[in-house]
Design a protein around this ligand. Structure first.
Ligand SMILES: *Cc1c(COP(=O)(O)O)cnc(C)c1O
Length: 345
């Protein structure tokens, strides 16, 4: 297909595993749209990355990991080693893709969130990893002290039993292939738009380790149709998060097409909804979770998607999303953590 743009050809040439059902569904959210835009001028849809795979409930990390696992296999590795918080969706996804690929996983689960509600280290994501037979290592020392040491120990342990480890950074983001999965999402959306007869002028997405957001930016800039990508910070450290998004977007763009430039104004991160800290919901988060659940029965979580939903709600209500828009909320997953947060409800 020589008629395709260079970046599309390059993307298609990079090896990937198949962990998804296919294209994730796009649905109209009729009752949320009516609630937030009673005059019908803004239509809200969701790209359901939370329903993208049969591997342990899927989500955005599974999509990114299609590329990283192909790379791990090409290097002859047999064990994925990664790191996350106690209720990390990412480490659950790493354990899932390892298991489904006949590999093993060692995940270091750290105290990134200063809370300890009932069963926090026993239910939700960490339970799923244990059911899948993952080597789950709780490391309560906190990020700066324990991280390197625990990772080195995991590497040594894997080698000692004759295995070959492959390191996956937090969120599968700060990795040369981390942005590719969500660059693909934009191509997927463009195909789905043809069937739906809709153009999504605005994408709203949660952003923390940054490669989901960055991949969408690369896809939107590369296609050149003026699609806006609005990241909603849930890291509580928006300055560092934004720098990481820009860096991943630029390295991903360069990998796909050295002439593809990401302008500064393509990197938009709304800082109003993180509620001050990663991993803990605030009033706007809880209200957003309730609204999405009580209109279109769409479930969001207190760590990530409840915060980006709070952002979507505000952007529509305050008129930042113009009349006549079709906005696509990119739902990245995260529901497995909900049970660990039951005391908040
Ligand atoms: C990891 C995660 C995010 C953030 O995605 P990044 O690519 O790390 O920015 C958002 N939502 C859910 C459910 C996640 O698991």
């Amino acid at each position: 297909m020589s008629s395709q743009p260079a970046y599309v050809q390059k993307l298609a040439s990079i090896p990937k595993e198949t962990f998804l059902f296919g294209s994730s569904p796009i649905q109209l959210l009729p009752r949320l749209s009516e609630k937030l835009s009673p005059d019908g001028k803004v239509k809200i849809y969701a790209k359901r990355e939370d329903c993208n795979s049969g591997l342990a409930y899927g989500g955005n990390k599974v999509r990114k990991l299609e590329y990283l696992v192909a790379d791990a296999k090409a290097q002859g590795c047999d064990t994925l080693v990664s790191v996350g918080g106690v209720q990390s969706n990412h480490t659950r996804a790493v354990t899932a893709v390892a298991t489904a690929s006949g590999m093993q996983a060692v995940t270091i689960q750290e105290k990134w969130v200063p809370i300890d509600p009932p069963l926090y280290d026993k239910t939700g994501n960490i339970l799923l990893s244990r059911i899948m037979g993952g080597d789950v290592r709780l490391n309560q020392e906190g990020f700066d002290i324990g991280h390197k040491e625990a990772t080195n120990k995991a590497f040594e342990d894997v080698k000692a039993r004759g295995g070959k480890p492959y390191y996956i950074p937090a969120g599968a983001s700060d990795h040369p292939l981390g942005g590719l999965g969500f660059t693909n999402v934009v191509l997927e959306i463009a195909e789905q738009e043809k069937t739906l007869g809709v153009f999504f002028d605005t994408l709203v997405v949660c952003s923390v380790t940054g490669s989901s957001h960055a991949g969408l930016i690369v896809g939107a800039v590369a296609e050149g149709r003026g699609r806006k990508v609005i990241g909603i910070d849930a890291s509580g450290k928006p300055e560092a998060a934004k720098a990481q998004v820009a860096r991943i977007a630029r390295s991903t763009a360069t990998l796909l097409d050295p002439s593809l430039e990401i302008p500064d104004d393509a990197v938009v991160l709304d800082e109003r909804f993180h509620e001050g800290i990663y991993g803990i919901p605030g009033p706007s988060t809880m209200a957003a979770i309730a609204l999405a659940a009580q209109t279109d029965a769409m479930i969001t979580d207190p760590v990530y998607e409840g915060k980006s939903m709070a952002g979507l709600i505000k952007l529509v209500e305050e008129g930042s999303i113009k009349a006549g828009s079709n906005v696509l909320y990119v739902h990245l997953g995260g529901q497995p953590a909900l049970n660990a947060y039951s005391s908040y409800f």
